[in-house]
Design a protein around this ligand. Structure first.
Ligand SMILES: Nc1nc2c(ncn2[C@@H]2O[C@H](COP(=O)(O)OP(=O)(O)OP(=O)(O)O)[C@@H](O)[C@H]2O)c(=O)[nH]1
Ligand SMILES: [Zn+2]
Length: 193
């Protein structure tokens, strides 16, 4: 087992009172899950697998759509009364925070998000989803309806053994700043409408 559920607590938020579950991976990385309602029945669970984005999730960056996507997922799950968000600490599509800042600096000079990763010696997307499958299993989730526009994430989760019954579109508003980023993801990374 490469990840272990360590402890859980309540997490009141403006949207709902979630449960917060802390996981520790074999490599020492800490990840969390937010859950609402009974997610262990065989009824498909509305789920989001969110990748850490400190700038978007916590610092209100308009360069990407991560913060609004996280908030929208929490709201949708609150409205549904049942669901799960895995918050994976795979900052910068897996290259880490400092390297993401380097990649942003390259984008300031005119490169797009894919070219910036490549010039720094990384793949466009270095994330892995094996731990997500283990986290779902340990939370007792049997099958999910996945909130995403990313086909690679959908396939990677299915390949890792997650039973994804349906893909649910998860678009938020584009800003003047995030427009090019989202256009590049659609053109070069296959992101769906
Ligand atoms: N390397 C790099 N990472 C970025 C950049 N902008 C955002 N990220 C990271 O990208 C991740 C979010 O990935 P996205 O491709 O926006 O969305 P996704 O999670 O793959 O797809 P959705 O499920 O549709 O939201 C987070 O880890 C962000 O930190 C960038 O320009 N360069
Ligand atoms: Zn982001």
């Amino acid at each position: 087992m490469s990840i272990k559920l360590i402890t859980s607590t309540l997490l009141p938020t403006p949207f709902a009172e979630f449960r917060l579950h802390g996981f520790e991976a074999a490599n020492g990385k800490e990840h969390v899950a937010l859950t609402l309602g009974d997610i262990t029945t065989d009824e498909p669970v509305l789920a989001r697998v969110h990748s850490e984005c400190l700038t978007g999730d916590a610092l209100f960056s308009l360069r990407c759509d991560c913060g609004p996507q996280l908030e929208a997922a929490m709201k949708r799950i609150a409205e549904t009364g049942r669901g799960v968000i895995l918050y994976l600490r795979q900052e910068g599509r897996g290259i880490g925070l400092i390297n993401k800042i380097r990649a942003y600096a390259e984008q300031d000079k005119g490169l797009d998000t894919v070219e910036a990763n490549e010039i720094l010696g990384f793949l466009p997307d270095q994330r892995e989803y094996g731990i997500a499958a283990e986290m779902f299993a340990q939370l007792g989730v049997q099958q999910i309806r996945l909130l995403t526009n990313n086909p690679r994430k959908l396939k990677a989760l299915q390949d890792a053994g997650v039973n994804v019954l349906e893909r649910v579109q998860h678009r938020v508003k584009t800003t003047a700043h995030s427009h090019r980023y989202l256009a590049t993801k659609a053109a070069k990374m296959g992101h769906m409408e």
